[in-house]
Design a protein around this ligand. Structure first.
Ligand code: ADP
Ligand code: MG
Length: 703
């Protein structure tokens, strides 16, 4: 295999990007299409017809036989239905390859089997996918050949959003409109667009596929349901940023090549904290494109791993007792003329526009902390949030010393007169240069951290879509901007009004700012004192979607209507219940069919040995002790298994929705944890040859 990859040569090779469009579309069509992409002008069907033809020719040249409307239903992943380009055969038996403008713009998958949370009964199956022309189409190569993928939004017959993309696009429009309003007040007359820029860091685990295939729990649920801790964990911190092993390096090389071809600017890669854990981050892009790219990244990681005899685990907590995986959502606002609205400059205390925007964001996060936390709610994330590795379930904002100091000046005296400097970092080595330090250190424990010229939201789970958190961030910020504009537009003395408003927001929302250790017990107490919500469980986070405050805000900016929000609540409860149900059943299956029989085999072996040793007049004390211990644990296993079986059955009689989800959490999940204890203890005793699946040590250290 050719081992060298020239990134510049292959980058975007399989993307119907601007360069391709300019080359292949008649000039007039290209200009018209750009009006739709840049200005949101409605697409003319005639233009769509020409674009579709060019897109098809390009894709067919790349070997594509099919096209698909690639969309993101509320399952967390993507969906697609493939259609071949061929037309009905002619009389002479030949076929043509065709793709019309209509087919490009609109698709109609049978929507009945996607989660809709009651928005659509199964008999009203119509759902439409509509082309999102701001995210470029691409050709994906896989075992099935090559397919033209058209990023689309997915709506019901009555126009309600059934996916992640539709509200995301709506929220981008909302924040753009309000940000422009604010910029105009500050005298900016030139910027025409404001887009959220998003860069997503993706964590994942890689294990050997043969071993993975021997773990039914991983296959069915994505995480291990049993497993004793290996003798070595992550305590040495020797994996983090360590040298990447050959097998993984080869895998990463293939992943990068594939991503670059698809126009995903995969940039950084490194080993993460846990053994077998890694991270990949592309360069940031326009919000909806970044969200699409994150889906492509997840798909690509899984596909390439399989090709290389590996398995990528995207679950938030594949291994108990070992760090889990998340995503960091880096977010900022960029104008079409290249201004980052979150850039404080060297002297933030003088940057009034920045301070207004910053305090608006503080207000947004403080007012909607529970909603923001909800946006990261995901079944797998339950094991992470609030555990000692991911940010806690309490939302707070890290600003760093410099900005916190500026705010403190504002609050105490009403005037900020200076900004702290970073100073020099003295390395103490003559041959090393001294660095100019950043004005602020990092804080890895904060869920919403200001990192220089962007905010980093660190709560999202590794398997989850980042669409939801961006919908929330875009909309709450749009609301804060709109409220500020409502006041400032009426002001007689603008400078005075801005000054007062910054001070007011900074004072009112000071409680959301926290620069300390978010993992500490003291913070939990302090946050409670400040009145900040601490919502540990997904099941309790869900209602934040339908508080009157939330509904009002989303309706005001036309991101969601009440029915859409209510449907999402149903979908979330259902997703939770379904996931725990599958986990419980997988546990029952593995315990009854694999673990208990294996332990019985082991006890028989022990009993035989004891008999043989005793018959020979030897001392079988140790074996007898082991047999006793094993038998006790086996009993405990059987008892806890019975409880789990009983409660899992019981759960089916609960009313679907909140009641059922709560039952799964409080009864079924608790039973699962109880069953795990004796089984993990047994794993430490029973002969490895007999234990029915690979251990944590096998999975984590033998890749
Ligand atoms: P850090 O080391 O602070 O986590 P990196 O520079 O590695 O940050 O970037 C992490 C992610 O943030 C990358 O995807 C990067 O492209 C993205 N990023 C950088 N600047 C911005 C910005 N202004 N807005 C949004 N994302 C950004
Ligand atoms: Mg980061």
């Amino acid at each position: 295999m050719e081992n060298k990859v020239n990134a510049a040569e292959i980058f975007g090779k399989n993307v119907f990007n601007d360069k391709v469009m300019r080359e292949r579309l008649p000039k007039k069509v290209y200009i018209e299409l750009h009006k739709t992409i840049d200005e949101g002008k409605e697409l003319d069907p005639m233009i769509a017809e020409v674009v579709a033809g060019a897109m098809k020719d390009w894709a067919v040249e790349k070997g594509a036989t099919h096209y698909t409307h690639w969309f993101q239903p509320l399952t967390g992943s993507t969906a697609e239905k493939h259609d071949a380009f061929i037309t009905a055969p002619h009389k002479d038996g030949s076929v043509l390859m065709e793709f019309s403008g209509k087919e490009l713009i609109k698709g109609e998958p049978d929507a009945s089997s996607f989660p809709s949370g009651g928005l659509r009964a199964t008999f009203e199956a119509r759902g439409y996918t509509a082309w999102d022309c701001t995210s470029p189409a691409f050709v994906r190569e896989d075992a099935a050949g090559a397919i033209l993928c058209i990023p689309t939004a997915f709506c019901s017959y009555t126009g309600e959003a059934l996916d992640q993309k539709t509200p995301l696009l709506r929220s981008m429009e909302a924040v753009q409109k309000q940000a422009l309003r604010l910029l105009r007040l500050f005298g900016n007359t030139t910027s025409k667009k404001v887009t959220p820029s998003v860069g997503i860091e993706q964590e994942y685990f890689i294990v050997d596929r043969q071993k993975y295939l021997k773990r039914k729990d991983l296959i069915f649920t994505g995480r291990t349901l049993f497993g004793a801790m290996p003798p070595k964990g992550q305590e040495l911190d020797d994996h983090y940023f360590g040298v990447i092993r050959e097998r993984i390096a080869g895998f990463m090389r293939d992943v990068n090549e594939e991503l670059w071809k698809l126009g995903v600017s995969s940039k950084t890669q490194h080993n993460e904290v846990a053994p077998a854990q890694h991270e990949l981050a592309p360069i940031y892009a326009q919000c909806n494109v970044a969200v699409d790219h994150n889906q492509i990244i997840m798909e690509t990681l899984k596909r390439i791993a399989e090709q290389r005899g590996l398995q990528c685990l995207l679950h938030e907590k594949p291994f108990a007792g070992v760090n889990g995986s998340g995503k960091h959502n880096n977010w900022s606002l960029t104008t079409d003329d290249g201004i980052n609205l979150l850039e404080p400059g060297k002297t933030p205390h003088e940057n009034i526009q920045f301070l207004m925007i910053l305090t608006c964001i503080l207000r947004a996060v403080d007012r909607h902390a529970a909603l923001l936390r909800e946006s990261a709610a995901d079944v797998g994330n339950e094991h992470r949030l609030g555990a000692n590795e991911a940010p806690p379930a309490i939302i707070s904002v890290f600003l760093g010393d410099q900005l916190e100091d500026v705010l403190a000046q504002l609050i105490s005296t009403g005037e900020a007169t200076h900004s702290l400097r970073g100073g020099k970092l003295h390395t103490g080595v003559k041959t090393l240069p001294d660095f100019a330090k950043d004005a602020t250190d990092r804080n890895r424990t904060s869920p919403f951290a200001f990192t220089g010229n962007k905010f980093e939201f660190r709560m999202v789970g590794s398997r989850d879509s980042v669409a939801e958190c961006n919908v929330v961030i875009n909309t709450i910020v749009a609301e804060a901007f709109a409220d500020a504009c409502d006041i400032l537009e009426k002001a007689e003395d603008f400078d005075m009004a801005v000054h007062d408003l910054i001070k007011e927001y900074a004072t009112q929302h000071q409680r959301i700012v926290f620069n300390g250790n978010g993992y500490s017990e003291e913070w939990v107490k302090e946050a409670k004192r400040r009145g900040l919500p601490n919502i540990i469980s997904m099941v309790d986070a869900i209602p934040a979607l339908v508080t009157e405050d939330t509904i009002q805000m989303f309706e005001r900016f036309k991101v969601f209507n009440r029915a859409e929000l209510e449907s999402r609540v149903e979908i979330q409860y259902e997703a939770y219940a379904k996931a725990i149900n599958i986990e419980a059943r997988a546990m029952i299956d593995i315990a009854s069919k694999h673990i208990i029989p294996a332990v019985i085999r082991y006890t028989r072996q022990l009993a035989d040995t004891i008999n043989a040793v005793t018959a020979a007049g030897g001392d079988a004390e140790v074996q007898t002790e082991l047999l006793k211990e094993t038998t006790q644990l086996l009993k405990k296993t059987k008892e806890t298994l019975k409880d789990l079986e009983h409660d899992t059955e019981e759960a089916t009689y609960k009313t679907p929705g909140r009641e059922q989800a709560v039952y799964f959490r409080d009864a079924v999940f608790a039973d699962m944890e109880a069953l795990r204890i004796p089984v993990d203890q047994l794993e430490m005793i029973v002969d490895k040859e007999i234990w029915p699946m690979p251990s944590y040590g096998d999975l984590l250290f033998e890749v």
